[in-house]
Design a protein around this ligand. Structure first.
Ligand code: GLC
Length: 670
């Protein structure tokens, strides 16, 4: 009798546990909720969590592809190409109410430098040397994104890049591992806030893992060959810093690394990221990167591609549907284990619980006019645009503009442009929100006569605008020539064989220079530009990057001296495309005085860290607490910085270290 009782109690307990859906109990620790849910999932439900589809029309022309018609409610994640939180909630409601277990969908998107309020491109942000301000910008972007239905951004991009022919230099923080580390961490802190479950936190994504910035010849999607020493010294540090900062996810890169695609490279995914860096989050492939293993010649078909990617450590398949169609068969073939499936599903569910998606799956609806472009985010955008701009040249102190000059000529294709000032990956940015350089000048120089002519297009052979440009130049005191790049010349799949501007733009400056009037070049670009022929024709050069929604005001206020420029380059400006790659932290030459180019100078035009101010800052000699240090001891070094001018300004002190004698040849400085 007693035995029977026990059995009955045991059965009741079992039923009881089954009916008690512990995973829905928010008082339980995440690990327990995940375990309980995992036990309840079928293989198909598990596999669907490992898939990401897209929803809406993708503006990235390189990534089209047919829309997935029927959207299974159990899908793990969606790239959400909409900014309508009602639509997100409608899709989420289906996922929760029309599926057996009600697992919420993770909505991702490329919030690279802002959502609707666009901030400077990351390459420009790095020139501010102000991680705290970048953190504020990312926090502001996260708020706009979260209110639009996004839980996860595919940002920060922390690919150390030294080849400005590669269009994606715009999206990262330049050529230095430390700078990429610091701004990567600042971005993660801005996006993820104190806790992922905070109302305006979104999950970050370290990308593109790894070495993508070395894509051969600056041509996108190509191979990279990186020594293990360089991998650990240059490319891994930003990801190590990002993992330590708690980045929730990582995205694998398109490139092959030493012959093995990053998306099927178990050394970098398992040994390095998993074991050595201790990453606990999940890895998502880049767009179609699993299917691309076939193009890269390491998989004969999609099934083998899916097997290699999954075994290497890709947890979630970004939209090529390979996991959904092949993982079940691979389990039946005993090529992969259920244990490995469970590990990947666990990582994905864990993030969904940590984001609070199970307990609060729907976006709070705030009407659009109060969702975007807050006064606070505008102020951050203007400050960051201002601090990112770099005064490259200022001959004869032509800037700040002399107040007595009352006739200003504003000429060039960028002068009234709005859309291009936002740069690549500005999907939800609206041209109408952008303040053009012309509008900035009109506001800043109310007492002056501002004459405008476009003069020329960004490219082409049409010189018909030169005449009217010359006419207004002749009657002006000073000429501002606004040149630069279209936003489509940067970003993904935007490699250029040369970093010069189209000749029509160079010709326009040359023609205007012949007037003998003072000329200021205002340059808006997503990469370093070859200035070999533009620099001699300019008395001053201001690199404004693609400065964002407030770019016109920031530009005009620097020109007028209301703001004192403080930006310093985070990437080298070669004198000529022929010098590429050229970057500051190279290893020393065997013959420092030889090995130079015979046809052009070998030194770049503007080095990493270059940037002028309207003030003069004197640095004292370095004071070091002592001259000998043991391993592990901290070095304390100090200098005094004195502003010897009348104008207050900001100065960033860049510290470099070097190791003159080491077991391997170290960079000349770091
Ligand atoms: C793109 C990019 C990646 C982006 C992803 C989703 O191909 O390489 O940076 O996050 O696809 O749009």
């Amino acid at each position: 009798m007693v035995k029977k009782c026990f059995i009955i109690i045991a059965i009741l307990h079992l039923i009881d546990v089954d009916s008690q859906e512990l995973y829905k109990d928010k008082s339980l620790p995440v690990e327990e909720r995940v375990d309980d849910l995992l036990k309840r999932m079928t293989l198909e439900e598990k596999i669907l969590q490992l898939n990401q589809y897209t929803f809406g029309v993708n503006n990235n022309i390189n990534n089209r592809g047919e829309e997935i018609s029927e959207l299974p409610p159990e899908i793990g994640s969606l790239i959400f190409f909409s900014s309508d939180p009602n639509l997100r909630n409608e899709i989420q409601r289906k996922a929760i109410e029309n599926s057996r277990l009600g697992i919420p969908i993770l909505f991702g998107f490329d919030v690279i430098h802002g959502f609707r309020m666009i901030f400077p491109i990351p390459l420009g942000q790095a020139a501010s040397w102000n991680p705290d301000l970048v953190k504020e910008a990312c926090s502001s972007a996260a708020r706009e994104a979260k209110q639009s239905g996004i839980d996860w951004t595919f940002s920060p991009m922390i690919d150390v890049a030294r080849d400005p022919r590669w269009g994606r230099v715009a999206e990262g923080y330049g050529e230095d591992p430390y700078v990429n580390s610091r701004f990567g961490v600042a971005s993660i802190e801005g996006y993820q806030g104190n806790k992922l479950s905070d109302p305006y936190s979104i999950a970050a994504c370290l990308k593109h893992y790894i070495g993508y910035g070395m894509s051969e010849g600056g041509r996108d999607y190509r191979s990279t060959d990186i020594s293990n020493q360089s991998l650990w010294h240059t490319y891994i540090p930003p990801f190590k810093a990002g993992v330590e900062a708690g980045a929730a996810t990582v995205m694998s890169a398109f490139n092959t690394l030493n012959g093995v695609p990053a998306t099927s490279n178990s050394y970098i995914l398992q040994e390095v990221l998993g074991e050595k860096l201790g990453f606990q989050g999940f890895v998502v492939s880049d767009w179609n990167a699993i299917q691309q293993l076939i193009n890269q010649g390491v998989a004969k078909d999609e099934k083998e591609a899916g097997l290699k990617a999954f075994l290497a450590g890709i947890d979630m398949d970004m939209r090529d549907n390979i996991y959904r169609e092949n993982l079940e068969a691979l389990i039946e073939d005993k090529k992969i284990t259920m244990g490995k499936i469970d590990k990947s599903v666990t990582r994905i569910l864990k993030l969904k619980f940590e984001l609070g998606l199970f307990d609060d799956p729907y976006t709070e609806i705030i009407d659009a006019e109060n969702r975007y472009m807050s006064a606070q985010s505008k102020a951050v955008a203007k400050k960051l645009a201002t601090e990112s701009m770099v005064l490259l040249k200022n001959q004869k102190g032509i800037l700040p503009l002399d107040k007595s000059l009352k006739k200003i000529a504003l000429i060039g294709p960028m002068a009234k442009d709005k859309g291009n000032l936002m740069g690549a990956w500005s999907y939800n940015g609206k041209d109408k929100d952008v303040v053009s350089i012309y509008e900035g000048f009109r506001k800043e120089f109310k007492q002056a006569d501002i004459f405008y002519e476009r003069g020329a297009d960004f490219e082409g052979e049409d010189r018909s605008g030169f005449k009217s440009a010359l006419e207004i130049a002749q009657k002006s005191d000073i000429i501002f020539v606004c040149l630069g790049e279209k936003k489509t010349w940067g970003g993904e799949n935007a490699s250029r064989s040369s970093i010069t501007l189209p000749s029509i733009q160079e010709e326009l400056l040359d023609v205007l220079n012949k007037t003998g009037k003072p000329i200021v070049l205002i340059l808006s670009s997503g990469r370093p530009i070859e200035l070999k022929d533009l620099e001699p024709n300019s008395d001053a050069i201001l690199e404004i990057w693609q400065p964002d929604t407030e770019g016109g005001h920031a530009t005009a206020e620097i020109i007028s001296g209301r703001e004192n420029p403080s930006g310093k380059l985070a990437i080298t400006f070669p004198l000529s495309s022929g010098q590429i790659p050229t970057y500051y932290n190279t290893r020393p030459s065997a013959r420092p005085k030889q090995g130079m180019y015979q046809d052009i100078p070998t030194e770049p035009l503007y080095s990493f860290g270059h940037g002028l101010s309207y003030s003069n800052f004197d640095f004292s000699s370095i004071r070091v607490s002592k001259n000998r240090f043991h391993k592990g001891e901290k070095i304390k070094a100090e200098i005094s910085v004195t502003n010897t001018s009348e104008l207050s300004g900001k100065e960033t002190v860049l510290w470099f270290i070097s190791d003159p004698v080491s077991s391997i040849s170290r960079p000349v400085k770091s």
